[in-house]
Design a protein around this ligand. Sequence first.
Ligand code: BGC
Length: 507
Amino acid sequence: MSGSTYGYLVAFASATGGLLFGYEIGVIGQVLSLDTFAYDFKAMELPLRKNEKGFVKNSTYTSLNQWSTFIFLAGCALGAIMVSYLADSLGRKRTILASGLLFLIGAAGQTFAPVGDAIFTFFYGGRFIGGLGIGMASMCVPLYISETAPTAIRGRMITIQQLMITIGILVAAIVNAVIISVMEPEDGFSAETLVSGDKSHEWRYALSAQMVPAAFLVVIMFFMPESPRWLAMKDRNEEALTTLAKLQSLATTDSSIQTEYKDILDDVQTERAIGNGSWGELFSPGIARRTFITFFLQLFQQWTGINVIFYYGPQILQNMGLSKKVAQVQGSITNNVVNFLSTFPGMYFVESFGRRSLFIYGGIAMFVSQFIMTACLTIGNQKDTVLNIIALISVCTFTLGFGSTWGPCAWVYQSEVFPLRVRAKGTGLATFSNWANGALVSYLNPIILDAIPNQLFAVYGCMDVLATIFAYTFVPETAGKSLEDMEEIFGSTDSSLTGASLEAQKK
Ligand code: BGC
């Protein structure tokens, strides 16, 4: 069974939430590095003076960097936990719509923060509210897609969210490059221009661009259908049936629709008899294993160091001897393009190879690349062009490894393994793990970088070795199974039924 055009439209429309997620990840580092931004936030030493790194910054600059990231990630983590209540009570569709609205409010707060005393309140408040929206969308979009997609291509449909994340990151880099090249002179702004304040809108343009997809998400979600599984959970069975048929462009009387509809209703009945869908149930026998696996998949996803590559990639390439411009423009844009393109093999192989194999092969590709990067940095001959090329290639193979496997698959896996009654809570907890670990990595990374600058990636390489072993040992295959079939794979409380032993049983 393949997806209908309408089914794909629904997946792409909701995955605009992923675009916001990606844009936000991509834009903030760049905005923080703009002189116009630092000046408006009083993060520069006065009187203004330049050294070889540009205008000299004061201590506000460091705290601005730390708090901007931290407040946003805290909002995301809170949003991810809170969202399960909304997704279960309001429904999946309205929750995505609400997340778009929150994001819009947050983006407006940041964009229009008035210069003066209130600037920090507006900016940090905006980051927190925007974070809530992103945290909610990052959990609810893949959940919604998983519940509206046909089984055979469910994984592929969920990877659309990852595709949109990578597009968001790339668009942010391009928008910023365009703004800088149009607005800034070759050697940056002069002190006089900054003081006159007439270029203050430079950073506002970069932040305002995210309001367009956010508004689009809010409007388009009005026209999208509700998840048939959620409708059945609320006893709105007629609507569940018509939505199911519409999503696959088939008649309600079609035999495959009737079978799926019956499976959903049976599932709702059985689940009501089994449990009440409380948080405690996530740790009950039969479910605890899924909670454990999805939590750790998201933990390892962040500890691959992918965001470190995005934030520090250009700086690291520069340390290896590439010029500033090559490192910042070619290095980072190339890596963003690789990140985007790598989602396509992921989309294809997630159904044919399956999730489990992708986790294992992706883990291997990432740790091999990171150990090669470490070797290049440790040898560190800045004039050696061959070494520089190897380093650049290994950054790209790492991103390729991530973007085609752990990037999309951690989201796919968490959205499909939980039974309906605890699906929103289970995916909420796993999403919380993604954001909380993202925050931990961003907090600890500067400390590790300071202590062992050239061996930084060996730390993440070791985490990738653990991630690969984890996937091999604990993660069973879920490709091709309907959401209602997951009990077969996970329902057993027999702890010996690990990923590896399930695979052996299959053979
Ligand atoms: C991760 C993000 C990461 C992005 C990169 C997502 O799956 O959760 O942390 O920045 O992929 O494409």
